[in-house]
Design a protein around this ligand. Structure first.
Ligand SMILES: Nc1ncnc2c1ncn2[C@@H]1O[C@H](COP(=O)(O)OP(=O)(O)O)[C@@H](O)[C@H]1O
Ligand SMILES: N[C@@H](CCC(=O)OP(=O)(O)O)C(=O)O
Length: 369
């Protein structure tokens, strides 16, 4: 049966740690593996990091630039080279590929989100392997994916993939960073996110010298993907052939089991496509109503409002400590919400001078995180 498989490879796997030069044998084996999967009839999407790393190697820079403008310039140099290498290798195996460079803004607007979906469908229908990266050269700080783990999970969610492989420089997830904690315990399976929270995994710093985000972003990527019904695997990038073995059932890497009832596409867009612009702090009654009874959010349950946002923008719903429990689209802008928070719905018209919506966030526009 045709499966849709998204494979994300990180800079740490694409380059040699000592020199920063490309790990050619890894890239070649990855190419062969993805072509094999295509021949098996599967849809394949590659999310490849490496623009900054390859750009640095090309320009003789020995560390990842911190200044944004320089990083964006370096990415422009590296992305072209990276695609050249992929195109040479895939073309040798007669596999067409396409470059898809996305920015966060492409997924925020619903019409652009759907447009991205349609483009992926067309490419997959044509038998092409899209090679995706963040459009680092034009991405602005406020509106960035920031790391390709998140980007790959959003792509997997967008296309409703069956598998997401996060290829990295460790063989799986451990209870703590195995580089600094030698007796860290390997983890093979995470059945749900509650189990993950109970494991209290330590993720240390921001990852390897060239990587972005380390394990933290892989775990949050897995969270996004499994909510969309995508089985997610963290495994070693140096052995791309393991992807075939894993699909055939071998227990390699760390598997995150998909949620049995995936969140609907529109709610996934609200939760992860949009960028929240404010926070609402709720009282215990409102939290219970949302979590236990699946109710809408009323003004009476809001203790405080943070940030500036317009009507129909996405906000985070938090408990008193600021822990996020849900996200949703608000029916009032922040200015009006400041005036009516804590009030009964019947008093809203009198306070604001117009009869607005009865709910602050309707349950159809509210997603538990
Ligand atoms: N709990 C953990 N289990 C496994 N690896 C971890 C953990 N915490 C931190 N890490 C680190 O995360 C790194 C991988 O992240 P990163 O460097 O961003 O890779 P990539 O370039 O593949 O995205 C590993 O090299 C490892 O040292
Ligand atoms: N878009 C950036 C990669 C960002 C990123 O997440 O890197 P990595 O942690 O190596 O997957 C680039 O191409 O260099």
């Amino acid at each position: 049966m045709t499966k849709t498989i998204v494979v994300k490879i990180g800079t740490s796997s694409l380059t040699q740690p000592e020199t920063g030069q490309l790990a050619l044998s890894t890239i070649a084996t990855l190419t062969e593996t993805l072509c094999y999967l295509r021949h098996q009839g599967h849809n394949v999407i590659l999310v490849s990091s490496g623009a900054v790393g390859v750009g640095c190697a090309r320009l003789g820079l020995t560390e990842r630039p911190k200044a944004i403008a320089l990083k964006q310039a370096v990415a422009a140099v590296g992305q072209g080279r990276l695609m050249r290498i992929y195109d040479d290798l895939f073309s040798t195996l007669e596999q067409p590929i396409a470059q898809v460079l996305l920015t966060r803004a492409d997924l925020v607007q619903r019409s652009r989100y759907l447009n991205a979906y349609n483009t992926f469908q067309e490419l997959l229908g044509l038998g092409v392997i899209p090679v995706v990266n963040e459009n680092d050269t034009v991405a602005v700080e406020e509106l960035k994916f920031g790391d390709n783990d998140t980007l790959s999970a959003l792509v997997a969610s967008l296309v409703e993939a069956d598998w997401l492989f996060l290829l990295t420089d460790v063989d799986r997830l451990y209870s703590a960073d195995p580089r600094t904690v030698p007796d860290a315990r390997p983890i093979s399976l995470i059945s749900n996110m509650k189990e993950l929270a109970e494991l209290q995994i330590q993720t240390g710093g921001q990852g390897s010298q060239w990587g972005t985000g380390g394990m933290v972003t892989k775990i949050s990527a897995a969270r996004i993907a499994i909510a969309a019904g995508v089985r997610t695997v963290i495994t070693q990038g140096r052995f791309p052939r393991n992807i075939e073995k894993i699909i055939q059932g071998e227990a390699i890497g760390t598997h995150f089991q998909p949620q049995p009832e995936p969140t609907s596409a529109r709610k996934r867009w609200i939760a992860y496509g949009l960028v929240p612009t404010g926070k609402l702090y709720l009282d215990d009654g409102a939290i219970n109503a949302i979590l236990q009874a699946g109710k809408s959010l009323l003004a009476a349950g809001i203790k405080a409002v943070e940030g500036e946002f317009g009507n129909q923008e996405a906000v985070q719903l938090c408990d008193r400590h600021g822990n996020e429990i849900a996200r949703g689209l608000v029916n009032y802008n922040s200015e009006d919400l400041q005036k009516i928070c804590g009030c009964h719905s019947r008093d809203i018209a009198g306070i604001l001078g117009y009869a607005g919506a009865e709910t602050v966030i309707h349950r159809d526009n509210l997603v538990l995180i």
